[in-house]
Design a binder for this molecule. Structure first.
Ligand code: ACO
Ligand code: PYR
Length: 542
């Protein structure tokens, strides 16, 4: 059966750059363009040349891509010709094969934001697209506020679309700029646009997520006939973001009615790189990946409840809508107070520990997990701490070292130049086999330096000298440290969760709980080091 082509248009580098708190550098934009190209999108909108130095630099140094590169700008301003509009000239001068111009299609915005007569806006759209088309570029019209405009004055909104289309625009993109439209209305409006004479294969959809419906609105537009979908990686974008391509792409490839009616430029193989593409963007933005992101989130295929884990062990399709491997994700059966023996045996198996179903120690481990969770621990993320707990109950945890004592002091004072600094000192004494080792670490930092401080000093002192074990932990690094005040039964306690990684690319999470934040951190640090020693099969010191 032949399928119809859907075109994916990415605007991470333009609308995504309008996300509050996001500021890409040129090298970052280049890297993201390469990720998008490898994924298989059709168009990469690189930014607005002339609007800021980064976007101009990007187009000057843009990587060669299989995807079509588009420069973004706006229709010409009133009072000058398209040829003499310097903003439009900068967009065309970027020399991209495609040019996207945003223009008004809502009479309220023409009157209020532009302050020009309605006919003049139509003339500006026509003149702009005639100019872009004459320059030999693929011309794309982003009809701003189209759905609101159509609701207010359908004839005028449609006239704006036809002004661009009649001058040769290849794509007419209906924008839900304020993100307030719902799927039913999107579908009806797209059908009306097609009925007005703009065929579906020339229609695109650009949605925002202000009601949480950006993806649903895009799908509604496709079902109604639109054939280009605009969106961003991880749903970046102005305010609440744009339609998330990381959600849309697998939906279009794996879900009906889309999978059997359409195809895109994304191959099955590239789809398996989806999680990596999403995480690369998080890495660049220094963001913690959203656990509950559809398809690619760390929890997207995490089966926490005992009943789920039990059925998953029999057949994963019982609780999974797609195979996680198809999007590069994996199944997790976490441990927690919601778990049963199926979760437990699955986690132990992942850790290389086989325990027979009837082994009474399974109940002891479960009881211990549930008891500790009631005191504030959380093992569904801290899988490494869970593994150590289980090994302890099973008598499989080597005794690598004992901590005799630690001391931490934090002092705020003025340094010799009169600047305020915080000095954190930590001393740790450990017993390793027959040796007793005392290590010291001091850091001096400004009050704003969040990655320094007493816990940092403590972790450095602890990892400074572990005798013959030192070689096993030298490549270890703490990557995240999260503190939460939680209700541990009768009173509030502090839960510290630490993420670590090593030179082999392994990442693991540990947890510590105490009324005292330093104690909680210390326990999580000890678990982090111990897990690394267990995984590296370090010999127990004599
Ligand atoms: C819906 C969207 O997300 S569209 C993309 C929006 N993105 C951005 O705005 C980011 C990049 N923008 C910028 O760097 C700047 O706004 C620039 C360089 C484009 C323009 O800067 P300035 O010349 O200082 O203008 P400013 O940003 O204050 O206002 C925009 C002007 O463009 C006009 N304008 C807005 N849309 C259009 C349009 N589609 N066609 C023609 N003119 C327009 C406005 O009426 C306003 O004109 P005015 O100054 O005469 O009132
Ligand atoms: C063009 C665009 O980004 C919008 O209308 O939302």
């Amino acid at each position: 059966m032949t399928t119809e082509r859907l075109h994916l248009y990415d605007t991470t580098l333009r609308d995504g750059a309008q996300t509050q708190g996001v500021q890409f550098t040129t090298p970052e934009k280049i890297r993201i363009a390469q990720v998008l190209d490898a994924l298989g999108v059709d168009v990469i909108e690189g930014g607005w040349p002339g609007a800021n130095p980064t976007d101009s630099d990007f187009f000057a140094t843009a990587p060669a891509t299989r995807a079509t590169m588009a420069a973004f700008g706006m229709t010409k301003r009133s009072g000058r010709s398209a040829q003499n509009d310097d903003v439009l000239a900068a967009v065309l001068n970027a020399g991209t094969p495609a040019v996207t111009l945003v223009g008004k299609s809502h009479e309220f915005h023409v009157r209020t934001a532009l302050g020009v007569p309605l006919d003049e806006n139509l003339d500006n759209i026509r003149a702009s697209f005639a100019h872009v088309v004459a320059s030999g570029r693929e011309a794309i019209f982003d009809a701003e506020h189209f759905f609101d405009g159509y609701r207010a004055d359908p004839a005028y909104a449609l006239a704006c679309l036809h002004a661009a289309f009649s001058e040769g625009a290849r794509w007419i993109v209906l924008c839900d700029t304020n993100g307030g439209t719902l799927p039913g209305e999107v579908a009806r409006t797209v059908e009306a646009v097609i009925a007005s004479g703009i065929p579906g294969p020339h229609l695109g959809i650009h949605t925002h997520d202000d009601t949480g419906h950006a993806v649903a609105n895009s799908l509604a537009a496709i079902e109604a006939g639109a054939r280009q979908i605009q969106g961003t990686l991880n749903g970046l974008g102005e305010r609440c973001g744009n339609a998330n391509l990381v959600t849309l792409i697998p939906t279009l490839l794996l879900k009906e009615p889309f999978a059997s009616r359409f195809h895109t430029g994304v191959t099955e193989d590239a789809l398996r790189g989806l999680l990596k593409a999403s995480r690369t963007l998080d890495d660049i933005l220094n963001r913690v990946p959203a656990r509950q992101a559809p398809y690619v989130g760390g929890s997207a295929f995490a089966h926490k409840a005992g009943l789920h884990a039990s059925a998953i062990a029999k057949d994963p399709t019982t609780y999974e809508h797609v195979d996680p491997a198809r999007v590069g994700n994996e199944r997790i059966i976490p441990m927690s107070n919601q778990a049963g023996q199926s979760n437990l045996r699955s986690r132990l198996h992942d850790a290389g520990i086989e325990v027979a179903p009837a082994d009474p120690r399974l109940s002891l481990i479960l009881t211990s997990v549930k008891d500790r969770e009631s005191r504030g621990y959380a093992y569904d993320t801290a899988q490494a701490s869970f593994e150590l707990l289980a090994r302890r109950e099973l008598g499989l945890l080597p005794r690598y070292f004992d901590v005799d004592r630690y001391r931490v002091i934090s002092e705020r004072r003025r340094n010799a130049k009169g600047h305020i600094v915080t000095v954190s000192e930590a001393v740790v004494t450990v017993q390793i086999g027959a040796r007793r080792i005392t290590s010291f670490h001091e850091n001096v930092h400004t009050p704003e330096e969040a990655d320094q401080g007493p816990v940092h000093a403590l972790s450095r002192a602890l990892a400074a000298d572990l005798g013959e074990l030192q070689g096993y932990i030298d490549d270890m690094r703490l990557t995240d440290f999260a503190v939460r005040i939680t209700d541990g039964g009768t009173e509030a306690v502090t839960r510290v969760v630490i993420d670590s990684e090593d030179g082999q690319g392994r990442q693991w999470t540990t947890v510590g709980v105490s009324a005292n934040i330093i104690d909680a951190s210390f326990d999580a640090l000890i678990d982090a080091i111990t897990w690394k020693l267990v995984r590296d099969r370090a010999p127990v010191p004599a």
